[in-house]
Each structure stands twice: as C-alpha cells, then as structure tokens.
Ligand binder design. Structure first.
Ligand code: ARG
Length: 266
C-alpha cells in the first residue's frame, strides 16, 4: 500500500512537471506560441514578437528621438528580431525593473547597456557580449577631484541600480551616494552643485558632458565591463536562438557597424 501510494505520488509529480513544461508557465505569463526559425524552435511572450525592455535615457545605447526609441541597443535588437523573423517591440521602464520584467516573463529580453555581473547572473542569463563599457567619473571643470581616490568623502551621483551605483555604494558608503532615476538627472544635480561627481558608463558620460557646459570626464578607467542582453533562465530555447543570431551578427560585422555609427573613434 505504501509503495503504491509512492508510485501514484511520483506519477502525479511527473504529470505536473510535464504540464508545467507544456504550458511553459511560471504564473501564466509566457503564453506565447512557438516561432519557427528553420531548425530552432522557441517561445516568446507574444507570438511573432520580440519584446525588449530597456531604460531609454542612456545615449547612445538607447534614447528618444521624438517618440521613437533609437540607439545601439534598438538597432542590435532590430537586427536580432529580423534574423528570428519577429517584430520588435521596445518597452521603456526604470533600469531597476528590467531584470524583474525578464524574470517574470513580462518581456522576452532586456537590452540596456546592461553589464554582466555575478549578482545579475543569479537571476537571469546573459547572451554573448556585444559591447564593452567603462565606468567613468564626471566632475565640474576645476574640481579638486582629479582621481578616483579623491572621491572618498565627496557626494557621488549615480543612476539607481546601475553598476556605478553598486560600486560607489560598496566603496564609499551609501551616505555618500545620491541615487537618481535617470543618468541625466544625476548629471543635472552635478551642474547644480548638489553632488560633487557622477559615476556612469563612458559613452553616456561623453553625451552628457557634450550636452552640458563646464563638465569633464576624469582620465581614469574605474571599471571595464561587458554589455549583454539578459533573458529568462526559464527560456533556454530563446536564449539559444538569440545567441545564434547575435553571434552571426558579430561575425558578419553588423554589430561593429552599428557601434561605429553611434560611437565615433577618438
Ligand atoms: N552598465 C550599467 C549597468 O549595467 C548601466 C546601464 C544603464 N542602462 C540604461 N539603459 N539606463 O548597471
């Protein structure tokens, strides 16, 4: 009797597992139908679409031109969507919400100049890296801060939940870090003297310094990072398909062309 009970239990557990696999649902979010790209079969949130989450205040990776979100990530995602035969949809949200949106199956991937970190890898998977970022320090011209070491004891502005935020908080303490929703807000605070420095990725730093007089970027590389797209750990088929597309786009020079279009060689 006991043995019988056990095998019923196992059968029920196996059935539950199969059903969960068939509907691919955590909480009913991922209901999309299959897309068939030659050999590869994968599932997206909405049939026929590739929904990308980003935070569109991060030039030249993503920013608004009128109502449209443009930039490196928008073009990389478009090229991936084209290869997979999907229509790209971009959803703009707070940077700190992107990983949750990916994890909970609200979107298919996050593409936001996002750095691959050990901590994020606990929650999502990352594709092959398609770009490199460097954490830079912006200060007002004539600032007494001339190196990263000088930052200690000064107020540092960052974009909430970014690696700049994480490093600054770890290294200098939360009391010395002012978090803003957008990188541009941190830079605005810098121009108003509310913070003494801003730590942010080098390419947005260059755009913000170009757009605001009286700011300079320190000649130091605070941290060098890899950018990649993040995809749910529950969707390895989509991960494989996106990675395959991305690797082809890297190999045929498309990604480099997109980077060169937005990033002018110094
Ligand atoms: N690379 C940094 C990070 O991953 C900043 C990215 C911010 N991206 C954005 N679209 N606002 O934390």
């Amino acid at each position: 009797m006991k043995k019988l009970f056990k095998s019923y239990f196992l059968l029920a557990a196996a059935l539950t597992l199969v059903m969960a696999m068939l509907c691919g649902c955590g909480d009913g979010a991922a209901t999309g139908a299959n897309a068939d790209n030659g050999a590869a079969t994968f599932t997206t949130v909405t049939e026929g679409k590739l929904i990308m989450a980003t935070n569109a205040y991060f030039p030249p990776y993503e920013y608004y031109e009128g109502d449209a979100i443009v930039g490196i990530d928008a073009e990389v995602a478009q090229a991936i969507a084209d290869k997979l035969g999907l229509e790209l949809e971009i959803q703009d949200m707070e940077f700190g919400s992107i990983i949750t949106a990916v994890q909970t199956g609200k979107v298919d991937m996050g593409l936001a100049g996002m750095t691959v970190t050990e901590e994020r890898l606990q929650n999502v998977d990352f594709t092959t890296s398609y770009a490199t970022g460097i954490q830079s320090v912006i200060v007002p011209e004539g600032s007494e801060i001339t190196s990263v070491d000088d930052l200690a004891g000064h107020m540092i502005g960052v974009q909430l939940s970014t690696t700049g935020d994480i490093y600054a908080t770890e290294e200098f303490g939360a009391d010395y870090v002012e978090q803003y929703n957008k990188g541009a807000d941190a830079v605005l605070a810098l121009t108003q003297g509310k913070v003494d420095a801003v730590i942010i990725d080098n390419q947005p730093a260059l755009s913000f310094v170009a757009a605001n007089e009286g700011l300079i970027i320190l000649d130091t590389e605070y941290a060098i990072e890899d950018y990649a797209a993040c995809i749910s750990k529950n969707n390895p088929d989509l991960m494989n398909a996106v990675n395959k597309a991305l690797e082809e786009l890297i190999a045929d020079g498309t990604i480099q062309e997109i980077l060169d279009k937005y990033i002018k060689a110094e």
